[in-house]
Design a protein around this ligand. Structure first.
Ligand SMILES: [Zn+2]
Length: 141
């Protein structure tokens, strides 16, 4: 994610992002939030929902994309923080990771399994030099 956006979230929710860009030997946050900017609003809303329910020591350990889904590891949470994180992960499957669109979103192969809207998927596949409408990368003409 864009560093300015990360800094913005860190400024608003400092305790969650305590380890942002920290020592890679100590935190999974060293590389920042590892997904495209389309999920920024989703992460922002998650932070807003976590704020009133998260224990004081709660913090993110890793924020990334895996198998087309937002994946967040956190420390010192509780049942409610786990539920909210799970909910955001489920919702990420309906939001384009590149542009934030919620229409025509699918989770398909584009270098790796990604959740993208139709136009971002086509765009991504063009850049990769594969048939943009083919769903099977081994089947290119
Ligand atoms: Zn998109």
């Amino acid at each position: 994610m864009n560093r300015d956006l990360e800094r913005e979230l860190q400024a608003r929710f400092p305790r969650f992002f305590r380890d942002l860009h920290g020592d890679p030997r100590k935190t999974g946050m060293s590389r920042g939030c590892e997904f495209a900017d389309g999920w920024y609003r989703l992460l922002e809303r998650l932070c807003e929902e976590l704020e009133p329910v998260a224990p004081p020591e709660f913090q993110f350990d890793q924020v990334k994309e895996k198998f087309g889904r937002m994946r967040i590891y956190a420390r010192n949470g509780n049942e409610e923080t786990m539920r909210l994180i799970h909910q955001a992960a489920e919702e990420s499957l309906r939001v384009c990771e590149e542009c934030g669109a919620t229409e025509g979103v699918t989770t398909e192969w584009a270098e790796w399994l990604r959740t993208l809207c139709r136009s971002c998927l086509v765009c991504r596949r063009r850049r990769l030099g594969v048939n943009p409408t083919n769903t099977n990368e081994d089947d290119a003409e």
